[in-house]
Design a protein around this ligand. Structure first.
Ligand code: GDP
Ligand code: MG
Ligand code: K
Length: 299
């Protein structure tokens, strides 16, 4: 690998409660829909790696899942993957929302961050929603919580102060190689992103708040001679009632999910997509290690 002493690179973890704007931030700086967004909490289940590259730097971002109390194996997995990620990183962005008061979730994360010996930035997001007095108040609330390396108020949505944050971050990273080719925006297989796009549609179309009871299993993904992509996937649910909801009256819900997901997948892959979905009841999949493993939760 070429080594240019003026090139800075490293791994940066983004942590923070659900819905503070982590995915919005990643999407803004990387400019591609690789981190899945939703108004519902916990959409980002796996850590998604986004790669930012410019002339003199490369930053590999880890978008970690929301941190919460473990209650089953999947939650355990999430906690482990979120914090094992912190060992190999060069800096952490701890993001909060200016519109929310400091809570137990924030304190839990701060306690974890105390254990690591890396620069930690406090990112106060959504400043477009508040007035300057409120911002000072928030800074005061967090000032003594941790020995922050930097404090950056930003709006991930509107872009305020985001360039300044990125410049600062680049300076802080060590001289290092370009780990990934420039055109590679994620090192996750396309399958994973496709599954997340399908899951995103399910969460936004069904109003139920059952964050973990739906999983997507991509059975096959094939490019045909004419360039079209054939995708077959199972939607796994926990209970028969959920199957009914997802299929809908005469299949109407499943059709809607399929249509919306297909459009996004076509945008992502840049080819015509044929998407076939099935709904299957697999009671207790969340606590079944072999199913979790087959779905890619095998860290
Ligand atoms: P995540 O769960 O931390 O990844 O949060 P998301 O990026 O999914 O954002 C959650 C919600 O907050 C979405 O509706 C975003 O549009 C919104 N949001 C994110 N950043 C900002 C911001 O800077 N300002 C405002 N007003 N809304 C934001
Ligand atoms: Mg997210
Ligand atoms: K979210």
């Amino acid at each position: 690998m070429d080594f240019d002493p003026n090139f800075h690179s490293g791994f940066v973890a983004i942590v923070g409660r659900p819905n503070v704007g982590k995915s919005t931030f990643l999407n803004r700086i990387i400019g591609q829909k690789i981190a899945i967004m939703s108004d519902k909490a916990q959409t980002t289940r796996n850590k998604i790696q986004g790669v930012y590259t410019d002339d003199d730097s490369q930053i590999i971002f880890l978008d970690t899942p929301g941190i919460h109390k473990p209650s089953n194996q999947l939650d355990d997995f999430m906690d482990k993957s979120a914090f094992s990620a912190l060992k190999d990183i060069d800096a952490v962005l701890f993001m909060i929302s200016a519109t929310e008061t400091r809570g137990a979730g924030d304190n839990f994360i701060i306690d974890q961050l105390k254990k690591i010996d890396k620069p930690v930035y406090l990112i106060i997001n959504k400043i477009d929603e508040i007035n300057p007095n409120k911002l000072l108040e928030i800074m005061d609330t967090y000032k003594k919580a941790l020995n922050w390396n930097e404090v950056f108020p930003i709006s991930a949505l509107q872009g305020n102060n985001v360039d300044e944050l990125m410049d600062n971050l680049k300076d802080k990273l060590p001289a290092g190689p370009q780990y990934y080719p420039e055109d590679e925006v994620t090192d996750h297989p396309e399958r994973f992103i496709v599954a997340e796009l399908i899951r995103e549609k399910i969460l936004s179309l069904t109003r139920q708040e059952i964050p973990y009871s739906v999983a997507i299993d991509i059975l096959s993904m094939k490019t045909k001679d004419n360039g079209n992509v054939d995708i077959q996937a199972d939607i796994l649910v926990d209970r028969p009632g959920q199957k009914g909801i997802l299929i809908g009256k005469q299949g109407s819900m499943l059709k809607k999910i399929g249509t919306l997901a297909r459009q996004d997948i076509e945008d992502l892959l840049g080819s015509k997509v044929y998407l076939k979905l099935w709904v299957k009841v697999q009671t207790g999949w969340r606590d079944n290690p072999s199913i979790l493993k087959s779905l890619g939760y095998n860290k």
